[in-house]
Design a binder for this molecule. Structure first.
Ligand SMILES: *[C@@H]1O[C@H](CO)[C@@H](O)[C@H](O)[C@H]1NC(C)=O
Length: 405
């Protein structure tokens, strides 16, 4: 197949070489890496990303054949709000460990996170994030907690009355925070024992730098063991990307630039397979940073699915995989209430759109032997804020036919 030939050619040209990376230690590239992880904001971004990759692995592992999506920064944000109500010696320590904050040694960590969140919310980056704690009124709540969180993060925890109105209240708030894009956040009433309900939601519509001139063509998306799905694709020749082949992971990686210092990394396995365990296992903030420095700028004929979907899930059962089993069994939130409490759920909903628009046109000059990068089979992608290194969004697309808006 032509693809195979291209791959071999590409492989020789673009092989992602970590050995090469370590040889260049002490050069400009290396200094950049050091810089990325030394400022408090970059360290915080790496911590929230690592938490996000861990959460993603837990979610992806639950259902290896499913599409899965996460905006982990919204979950970092809400669990950090929760940590402000935790007893410092136990619950706070467990939460900090899961959130990877124990590596930071940042006495100002709440200010660092607040500033990071503010920078990520810059309108040009295309992400809106909603994160808030809801609390059952019957818990005899300590009023100071509400003020502490509001002062730090600009969002006030909310006491729930109990009953059907709670769902409307929550859904209205999430919708308003996401510019109307995350609708019907909760589809069913809260459980009767829901004492503490943290939630995180996000909407992402990235804007490419380079636009796609063709969009909406129905093309085949290969599925593992099933007939292909016909889905709308966008296409552009001569598209500038950074690219590399990772023979160990068995995939070709492309980094596509978006506006306002955001980029999307696509991990496209060589074969049509749902099994992306190898890639999933390797994801860390450091790995993605190293990777970004080994990718090579090239121009390709780029084909991407035009995706538009929403995804919702309860992340609470995954927290025990992140070292929070003890916390869930013995949750003491002494700064919220003196009573024993249980987390009712950790609802997460994301909506994402990938549209063809961009501010620039690809150059029209002819390339002699054009490379192509066709994302027409199961793939993994992540969206990263390049300015800080923070992971904004991550997903595994196994079957686009099963995506729902
Ligand atoms: C997925 O791939 C990994 C590594 O290649 C392998 O160890 C694992 O058994 C595979 N899982 C399934 C369900 O095929």
């Amino acid at each position: 197949m032509m693809w195979t030939t291209l791959l071999l050619w590409l492989g020789a040209l673009l092989s992602v070489s970590y050995a090469q990376l370590s040889e260049t230690e002490g050069t400009g590239g290396e200094e950049e890496a050091v810089e990325l992880f030394t400022t408090p904001r970059a360290k915080m971004a790496a911590a929230t990303s690592d938490f996000g990759y861990n959460l993603f692995r837990a979610l992806a592992g639950r259902d290896p054949k499913a599409n899965v999506f996460l905006a982990p920064i919204s979950i970092s944000a809400v669990l950090t709000q929760l940590s402000m109500g935790a007893s410092p010696d136990r619950s706070e320590r467990w939460l900090y460990r899961a959130l990877r904050y124990h590596t930071l040694q940042d006495p100002q960590l709440h200010d660092t996170l607040r500033d990071l969140l503010a920078s990520l919310r810059a309108p040009g980056k295309g992400i809106s994030i909603a994160a808030r704690i809801y609390l059952a009124r019957r818990l005899r709540l300590k009023p100071e907690y509400f003020g502490v969180v509001e002062k730090q993060y600009g969002v006030r925890p909310k006491a729930l009355m109990g009953g059907a109105k709670d769902v409307n209240e929550i859904n209205d708030w999430v919708k308003q925070q996401t510019g109307g894009k995350v609708d019907r956040f909760m589809s069913k009433p809260l459980g009767r024992n829901s004492g503490v309900v943290p939630l995180g939601a996000a909407y992402f519509k990235g804007k490419w730098i380079t636009r796609f001139s063709q969009s909406g063509l129905m093309e085949d998306f290969q599925l593992d063991g099933e007939v292909p799905a016909r889905i709308p694709m966008m296409q552009q020749d001569n598209y500038p990307v950074k690219m590399g082949v990772d023979p160990d992971l068995g995939c070709t990686i492309a980094q596509i630039q978006m506006q306002d210092d955001v980029s999307m990394f696509v991990f496209l396995p060589d074969d049509v397979t749902q099994n992306m365990t190898l890639v999933e296992e390797s994801l860390t903030a450091e790995f993605v940073q190293d990777l970004s420095m080994t990718l090579h700028p090239v121009h390709v004929a780029l084909t991407l699915p035009v995706l538009k979907f929403s995804y919702s899930t309860d992340l609470l059962p995954l927290l025990s995989d992140l070292g929070l089993a003890e916390f869930l069994a013995d949750t003491d939130l002494t700064k919220i209430t003196a009573q024993t409490v249980k987390l009712g759920s950790l609802n997460h909903k994301v909506v994402m759109e990938m549209a063809p628009e961009g501010t620039q046109y690809a150059s029209s000059s002819q390339v002699h032997a054009p490379l192509s990068y066709r994302v027409d089979r199961p793939f993994l992608f992540l969206v990263r804020d390049e300015a800080s290194g923070a992971l904004l969004f991550i997903g595994r697309v196994v079957n686009p036919r099963k995506l729902r808006i």
